[in-house]
Design a protein around this ligand. Structure first.
Ligand code: ARG
Length: 313
């Protein structure tokens, strides 16, 4: 049984954008008879997110294989899709703060890249490409003004694009954007063990398009992830197998629609709607998939998680 977003979003404090049926999300929360009883009861923890309005979002340069300035963004559609995402978080009871977008920084909408915050400390971002360089300082200033101790990075890193925080460790990607030196720097700044993982497929240039954290392991359940093995070098595939023998293995088809670029509160997994097999796998594990369409952002190589920085406790 499918409930439409209009129902799920009723509790939002802010006025809703005009949703067309096409833009509505579906909340698949009614188990069917075919679903095996999940062995773990999933529970949501209230989260604190930072987002950036897509006021200046466009594709005018290409720094990853998804981007082609000849395939322009529809600004109104992008705005609507982004509003649905924000309202989804609000309707799930989460806090969403906003950072002011800057003219001339079209990728600033991808808030995940602005740094990584764990336990009141932040490790700032230092972008690989000059086109995004100014974002690092803007996000760092916003976090500092929130009272978070921000360490400015020496080494190149793109925040939560390549750093995924779990309760006991940080998973870190390298190969396209974030440097290995930054992994060591992040471990020192955030005082957490960091596990380095090597990305090898340019379509999956950030860790957060190759791994989805379903449960961060901060509650009663153990850490739980989904990942696309083909995004990783052989030795990193082995690391992931050893650390997460029960992980969901995502298909290439679902990875290619950026299905792994998901945000979970421990129960609800907000993910790109096109990743239907992944949604089914997530549901079989006792989570509630919440599909959203962020098709305009895919033109830039981003989706749900990219648009969302989490202030991890
Ligand atoms: N166009 C952006 C870039 O290539 C997309 C960033 C996506 N963000 C992410 N967290 N994966 O930098």
């Amino acid at each position: 049984m499918r409930l439409t977003a209009h129902i799920a979003l009723i509790r939002c404090a802010e006025p809703l954008p005009d949703l067309t049926p096409e833009d509505s999300l579906t909340v698949l929360d009614t188990p069917t008879l075919a679903t095996p009883a999940p062995s773990v009861v999933r529970s949501a923890r209230t989260r604190h997110y930072l987002m950036c309005e897509p006021s200046h979002f466009e594709v005018v340069y290409a720094i990853n294989p998804w981007m082609d300035p000849r395939n322009p963004v529809d600004p109104e559609r992008a705005r609507l899709q982004w509003e649905v995402l924000r309202n989804t978080y609000l309707s799930l009871g989460h806090r969403v703060d906003l950072i002011d977008p800057m003219a001339g920084q079209p990728d600033m909408v991808f808030a995940a890249n602005g740094g990584i915050v764990v336990g009141g400390r932040a490790y700032g971002a230092r972008f690989r490409f000059a086109e995004r360089a100014a974002e690092g300082e803007a996000y760092g200033a916003w976090l500092a003004q929130e009272g978070i101790a921000v360490t400015a990075p020496v080494h190149t890193n793109e925040g939560e694009g390549d750093f995924l925080a779990l309760g006991s460790m940080i998973l870190a990607g390298t190969g396209f954007r974030t440097s290995l030196e930054a992994h060591i720097e992040a471990a020192a700044v955030l005082d957490r063990p960091v596990v380095s993982l090597e990305l090898v497929d340019p379509r999956f240039y950030h860790l957060d398009v190759a791994i989805a954290v379903l449960d961060d392991g901060n509650g009663s359940a153990p850490a739980d992830i989904a990942y696309y093995p083909g995004a990783f070098s052989r030795h990193s595939q082995r690391t992931l197998r050893d650390l997460f023998p029960d992980a969901i293995l995502c298909s290439e088809a679902d990875a290619r629609v950026l299905g792994l670029n998901a945000v979970s509160d421990g129960q609800h997994v907000v993910l790109p709607a096109a990743a239907t097999s992944l949604a089914a796998a997530v549901r079989d594990r006792g989570y509630t998939p919440v599909p959203v369409d962020l098709g305009e952002f895919m033109k830039s190589g981003g989706s749900v998680k990219c648009c969302t920085m989490e202030m991890h406790r």
